[in-house]
Design a binder for this molecule. Structure first.
Ligand code: ADP
Length: 182
């Protein structure tokens, strides 16, 4: 899908394998590493990532916000860490918080003047956010950000879907969004 100068795609694979300036880490509010993609990113980036997070986020970061670090041993120069909401049935502001995660990451990448960013699916792993609800929200939030920032440096936004099911759901949601906009 094309939004102004930016191409938005869904691919199957890990964020760690994407040729982008930054990857997004579905982190937690403590910002000290964890399981899932967070653990994989910390293992690949090396212990210097934890040291940097202790400096730049001494008290962690609230749900829905984003923190920028270097990529350290990753091939991508930057990591954008965002704590997603834990799913509690949808009545505790989860959709607003999840949208805020995507917006905050886009804001950080845009302000840094990055050309490309790869997202994983925030909150839909261990945090239990239903993928069928998360995918359209994720894609429309990023689309809205790009429409509101026609001057952005971002040329590519990749949704790297690690699992087969999330890849299927995100691909379908992107198709629906494209039809809406046509
Ligand atoms: P959350 O706690 O926010 O739900 P998870 O890490 O459980 O975070 O899942 C977030 C995203 O990261 C999902 O798209 C999931 O498929 C993906 N993911 C989980 N483990 C890995 C990994 N080892 N490498 C790459 N992506 C992963």
């Amino acid at each position: 899908m094309q939004v102004n100068q930016t191409t938005l795609t869904v691919v199957r694979g890990s964020v760690l394998d994407q040729e982008t300036d930054a990857i997004v880490n579905a982190a937690n509010t403590k910002m000290r590493g964890g399981g899932g993609v967070d653990g994989a990113i910390h293992r690949a980036a090396g212990p210097e990532l934890l040291e940097e997070l202790k400096r730049v986020a001494p008290n962690g970061a609230p749900t829905g916000t984003a923190v920028l670090t270097g990529g350290h041993r990753l091939k991508q120069p930057y990591i954008i860490h965002t704590p997603g909401p834990v799913w509690h049935g949808g009545t505790r502001g989860e959709p607003e918080l999840l949208a805020s995660c995507y917006r905050s990451c886009m804001e950080v990448a845009h302000k840094k003047g990055l050309e490309s960013i790869a997202f994983c699916s925030i909150s839909t792993g261990v945090y239990g956010y239903p993928i069928e609800r998360a995918a359209p929200l994720a894609l429309s939030t990023v689309r809205d950000f790009l429409q509101a920032h026609p001057d952005t440096s971002l040329r590519r936004v990749v949704f790297a879907m690690f699992g087969a099911e999330e890849y299927r759901v995100f691909t379908e949601a992107l198709g629906t969004l494209e039809k809406e906009g046509a």
